[in-house]
Every structure is written in structure tokens, then in C-alpha cells.
Design a protein around this ligand. Structure first.
Ligand SMILES: [Zn+2]
Length: 337
């Protein structure tokens, strides 16, 4: 599928309004009702350019406590100069408003995962109904999309992109984002990324840092990625496509693994997310409360720490480290850094 540009007289319309070419609208859009029957609304910014170009969505906080992406989406919609904009930007900085208010990952309504509920259904759960409203009004009209996430609370992620690299349009988008690491997978059922990509709206997920934080370095890296994407698709004709220095695409589960605790205790991580660990090196130690006993977790191969524990307490079986095996070329580049 090719990205087909909208024309210069394109009007962005949603249920209850329209945004003319050359206009920007910031508004709140009702997706459901509270226990009091009051409207529950999500913030939306539509920047409708005067010139031909693609329609792009940028979404964040479908998990309510994942904050870094909110600042990325707000910066693009409000801080960036849209004087020369080829296309339309659909910016949804907080998809899961109830989760955001509670500072929780899930919709507090029966703990539903909004990011397993797309494309949504009208006659189903509250999560599906919210997803359907978002999908019909703001996702469906788009040509491609960027969905921003962080690690689950208590852990952190090395900056990376998740994308279905078997789909050539999605691959183009993922590479244009210019991240070092790309995890190739279709994604789980009901995720915005998977369902949009399946519906010919190529979409990538950007995983960046921790929940409950604004991490400036992660936000700046993501903004550089967005600018590079806008250059690739000529949305910002004056911008340049970035080259990240190295790119590693990790396929399937064979090359990546979750290292899990075999003992309960308190964890001392010896490496941070983004660091290379040589085979056999100690990634972390787990100690008992007296510090009289300890177990270690050693690197099963020379690999990269993609996800790492931040809250240092574990039960046996808890994931400690998302560990992936890069190519020999990438390893040698990383050793030179
Ligand atoms: Zn998430």
C-alpha cells in the first residue's frame, strides 16, 4: 500500500466538527460518560495544513501512567512551526484519560487495557466503546501513525521502535524514525499498532523510558525521530531524514529473552538499559534481607539490556531484564562507543 496524499482542499471532519485547510483546532472530544453522567473527554489537536500531504496521527498515554509520549505529542502540536505543513497532524496526547487521572496503566473501569481494545466495538465493554470512538474519528482517517509508550511502572526501556517489518510501508516508517533498535513483531491483538497496521494504516510504537516521569533525553530523541519521519514523507519539506549511526532489527523470540528472578529478594542491577553486557558477566545480584545470601543472573550471551528493573524487589519468576542479541557488526560498533 502506498501513502496517498490528501489534496490541498482537504477538510478534517469528526463527529461534531470540522477543521478547514490552514486551520488548527485544540478541543476536547467526548469518548464516554462518568458515573455522574458527565462527559469524559480526551484532548485533541488537529493541525490541518494548506498543502497536499499525508494525514498522520500521534497518540500517547493509551496506558495512563506512560507520560513521556504526552510531551512529545504536545510539543509537535503546539511548539513546532506549522507554517509549511504538507498534510494533516492528528494529535491525541492522552488517550486513556481515566487512567491518566488515576496515574494507572489500565482504564480503572474493571481494569481494562485500552491498548488491547482497538479497533473497538459499539456494543461491547466500556474500553471497546472508548476505543471505537477514538478509532472512527481520529485513527481511521489517517495514512499512518506513531503511538508513544514507556515501560511498565517499576521498569525502564531503552529507546526503541516496535514495528511489523514484514509490511514494507511500516518498515519505511520504522526506519524513518531513525532509532537504533527496532523490534520486529505484529504486536498483540487489540493494540493500536497492530490493528491500524492491519487496516492499512502503517503504525509503529515508540518505547521510551519509564512510566510516571518526564525524561527530557528520551523526549528529545523521540522529537528528532518525528522530525525525521516528517522529512521522509515530505510533511516538513525543509527537514532532513536522520541516520541513527547503527540500526539493529531484532526478529522473533529466538534472539531476545526475558531474564527472570529465580529467588525472591532485593535486586542490585549492574547494568542499565541500553548497555552491552558480555556473555557470562553478572547482570544483577539478588540478595536476602540480611545480605547473607545472594544469587546472580549472568548474561546468557553477549547482548543488549533493552528493558531493566527500576523497582528493586522481586518474587521468583518476575522479569528482571529484557535482553536481546545484536549482530556482530552492532556489537563492534557498540564496543567503539
Ligand atoms: Zn504502554
Amino acid at each position: 500500500m502506498m501513502v496517498e496524499d490528501r489534496t490541498s482542499d482537504y477538510v478534517f471532519s469528526y463527529n461534531g466538527g470540522r477543521v478547514e485547510p490552514g486551520e488548527t483546532e485544540h478541543f476536547r472530544f467526548t469518548v464516554t460518560e462518568t458515573y455522574l453522567g458527565d462527559p469524559l473527554r480526551i484532548p485533541v489537536s488537529i493541525i490541518n495544513g494548506e498543502n497536499d500531504g499525508p494525514i498522520v496521527f500521534l497518540t500517547a498515554a493509551s496506558h495512563g501512567d506512560e507520560l513521556n509520549g504526552i510531551e512529545v505529542v504536545r510539543s509537535v502540536s503546539r511548539d513546532w512551526d506549522h507554517a509549511v505543513l504538507n498534510g494533516t497532524l492528528v494529535c491525541l496526547p492522552v488517550l486513556n484519560v481515566p487512567g491518566f487521572l488515576a496515574q494507572e496503566r489500565y482504564l480503572p473501569i474493571q481494569d481494562r487495557d485500552l491498548n488491547r481494545s482497538f479497533p473497538g466495538r459499539e456494543d461491547s465493554t466500556s474500553a471497546h466503546r472508548i476505543a471505537k470512538k477514538i478509532w472512527d474519528n481520529f485513527i481511521e482517517p489517517c495514512d499512518f501513525g506513531l503511538d508513544f509508550h514507556t515501560s511498565t511502572r517499576g521498569r525502564t526501556n531503552m529507546f526503541h521502535v516496535r514495528a511489523d517489518m514484514e509490511c514494507s510501508d511500516t518498515e519505511r516508517l520504522a526506519r524513518a524514525f531513525a532509532s537504533n533498535l527496532i523490534m520486529n513483531s505484529e504486536g498483540s491483538d487489540g493494540t493500536l499498532r497492530r490493528e491500524a497496521t492491519k487496516n492499512e494504516i502503517p503504525t509503529i510504537t515508540i518505547e521510551m523510558g519509564q512510566a510516571h516521569r518526564f525524561e527530557r533525553d528520551q523526549i528529545d530523541t523521540a522529537l528528532a525521530g518525528v522530525r525525521s519521519v516528517f522529512a521522509e514523507y515530505d510533511i516538513y519539506p525543509q527537514a532532513c531524514v536522520q541516520w541513527p549511526g547503527w540500526t539493529e532489527v531484532i526478529d522473533g523470540w529466538a534472539e531476545k529473552t526475558w531474564l527472570r528472578a529465580d529467588a525472591g529478594g532485593i535486586v542490585d542491577m549492574h547494568y542499565r538499559a541500553g548497555e552491552l553486557v558480555d556473555e557470562g558477566e553478572e547482570i544483577c545480584t539478588i540478595t536476602n534481607p540480611f545480605k547473607t545470601e545472594q544469587t546472580t543472573i549472568d548474561a546468557p550471551f553477549t547482548g543488549l539490556v533493552v528493558g531493566a528493573l527500576k523497582n528493586p524487589v522481586v518474587y521468583p519468576g518476575n522479569p528482571i531484564c529484557h535482553f536481546v542479541k545484536p549482530s556482530d557488526d552492532t556489537i563492534s560498533i557498540l564496543r567503539k562507543d
